[in-house]
Write a new protein. Structure first.
Length: 148
């Protein structure tokens, strides 16, 4: 049975979607028994124009990652949080307060990265940081499997 990683951002439109798709590609290439999903902490209130950010699609294309037809952003639920083995939120300063407000019982289970949204960081730089973090995560998971 595959273990699950859950990537979180605000709207499940840009950052968490990129991390999910990249992680799943790398996990498949490395035969990891992990699968990623992504959700938005406040996706239900986001007004994103379409299913996925163009910056995400551009970042995936630049990495030669084909993407199946995009689903629309998904709202985080209690069930998502309880099913996940690991939970990673993209930006502590933004997402910790949201988790404290909407899912306080899960706040201490979350790993926080430091990747802001487009209003604070250019997409190419943010995508490069996410790429590095996701690759480091997959290498760490691979190393744990090899140590067993």
């Amino acid at each position: 049975m595959r273990k699950q990683i859950l990537f979180l951002c605000s709207g499940n439109y840009y950052r968490s979607r990129f991390a999910e798709i990249l992680f799943n590609r790398l996990a498949q290439q490395n035969n990891l028994e992990w699968r990623a999903e992504s959700r938005g902490i406040v996706a239900q209130w986001s007004h994103n124009p379409g299913p996925i950010a163009q910056a995400t699609l551009n970042g995936l294309a630049a990495r030669n990652i084909s993407h199946h037809p995009a689903r629309y952003p998904m709202q985080l639920t209690e069930n998502d949080l309880t099913r996940a083995e690991r939970i990673i939120a993209m930006y502590e300063r933004e997402h910790r307060p949201m988790m404290q407000t909407y899912f306080p019982q899960h706040e201490n289970k979350i790993e926080f990265w430091h990747i802001p949204d487009l209003d604070e960081m250019h997409a190419e730089y943010a995508l490069a940081l996410m790429d590095r973090n996701v690759r480091t995560l997959t290498m760490d998971l691979q190393a744990r499997v090899e140590m067993k």
